[in-house]
Ligand binder design. Sequence first.
Ligand code: HEC
Ligand code: HEC
Ligand code: HEC
Length: 455
Amino acid sequence: MPGKLLTRPRASAQGALTKVSEQGRGLLVPAKLRAIDKARGRGRHRPILERTLAFPLARRWHGGANPRDSSAYRLWLAIFFVAHTVRGWASNADPDVASPKFLGAQSCSSSSCHGGAGNNRNQYLVWSTRAFHHLRPYATLETARSERIAAVLRIANPVQNRRCTVCHAPFQTVPAGQLRQEAKISEGVSCENCHGPSENWLRSHTRPDWSTEDRVHAGMRDLRNLYVRANTCVACHQNVDSDLQQAGHPELIFELDGQAVSQPRHGRRSMDRPGPQIWLVGQAVALREMSWQLARENSPSDKLTARAAGLFWLVQAASKAEVQWPQIEPDAFAPTADQIEKVQLWSDQFAKGVSEFRWSEEQTRKCLALLAGTGGVFGETRIPAPLHARRAERLVLGLDRVVSGLGSAAVDIALNRALDRLFDATQSLPDFDPNQFADNLKEFNAGVSRILDSK
Ligand code: HEC
Ligand code: HEC
Ligand code: HEC
């Protein structure tokens, strides 16, 4: 798709200066789950991924928006079923059984809860006055553009069709019994679509004697956990079925850090993990999703293949910044079922590994040096230009996040100009010139060396 591809999310360098907090580091598994946890090896996140259905798209996770559709996983699931039906746990593996209800945003909106002013009380106001996820996604379905997309797909009314509402107005796809009357479809992407259906935790989640594990056990998502957070957002922000795209739906590029910065912020930024870490977890999860889509489509388009290959290249390159992270061979990406599954599994493991990692400033610097030093790659003539373009597209988004992760050190006019030129060079895919980009990247890299050396 020609035309505008990337906009640079301009977070202030300050906004990205965060201290590594313990808060986001995974979950302790609640006692009741420990036995299952052992069976799984490491099941820290299963309370979220397998127990609760926060919005219907979660079915895609169950159906395999991640390695959970691999044959190994299915085998595991079968064993799990047999072992735990007896103990009454079967419902946990089946998202349709006894799923808790969605109560709607108004249950969060009283002024003494999240509809007030001030510190940690204003989430409802932030969400309802700044409409990324509130009125806008729903309203989009009523635009002329949606009408055109729908006409191509022979969809009568996008506002009532789950092919659209699953992302733009997820309450529309929730079975009536799971939706309290007050929950309105026009809420668009509502609190519970990210935080989990609140029936079992609404009344208790503020109790001082409830721990994070208790809340998660009751179905609240631990969005401080980066892996969980990335899974939540990526479900709507990366894969769009090819026929939707051919009908004119915009191509989606998932980038967790930048999108989380530009999404109306309602959590406490100061408690969050460093931006570059958030970015990398998001990219790995996006790669897992894209390889899932590749595996699922019978004859994936060259475009989809190139996009996934470009992202694979980036994540693989970044994985070299830390030996403890799961590794994969640089040439592992190939459009065969085996290789795609391998990439899918690896990217999921990698995302988990990075999300649990203690990310230091040193890590940010290593990552930056590594990525900025990839200029030589763009001179390789055996790589087709469209693939170079897809690599570049993801690379510049990443450079931007890693640079802002340096905080005040990155307030360097020349470096930022060089970064702007990299963004300009990736604006139009058909016009992408790998040699030009390689030159721009070398210039940028010189700026990076200057900054890293001066500290
Ligand atoms: C249930 C689906 C869904 C989930 C989950 C979701 N989004 Fe969105 N988001 C959307 C839709 C649909 C839009 C498009 C709104 C419109 O119509 O313009 C959107 C728009 C946005 C936008 C503005 C457009 C853009 O891409 O820059 C940002 C930023 C964003 N979302 C960030 C996030 C983040 C961060 C998360 C996870 C914490 C998240 N979203 C989770 C569906 C979702
Ligand atoms: C997988 C989730 C998903 C599905 C399914 C989906 N969308 Fe979207 N859609 C999004 C997201 C996310 C955006 C925001 C893209 C951005 O701003 O970068 C978006 C953007 C759009 C836009 C452009 C909005 C703008 O202001 O630029 C239109 C129009 C649209 N969607 C219509 C539809 C229609 C019609 C359908 C059903 C045929 C549909 N979408 C299905 C996630 C989805
Ligand atoms: C698009 C997804 C999304 C939507 C919609 C959403 N949130 Fe959040 N929310 C998040 C993420 C991500 C965080 C960050 C986790 C963190 O840093 O603690 C968060 C954090 C929070 C926090 C914790 C703040 C803190 O400092 O610990 C509260 C409370 C909250 N949200 C309430 C709400 C309410 C109420 C609504 C609806 C009015 C809502 N959220 C809608 C994604 C979302």
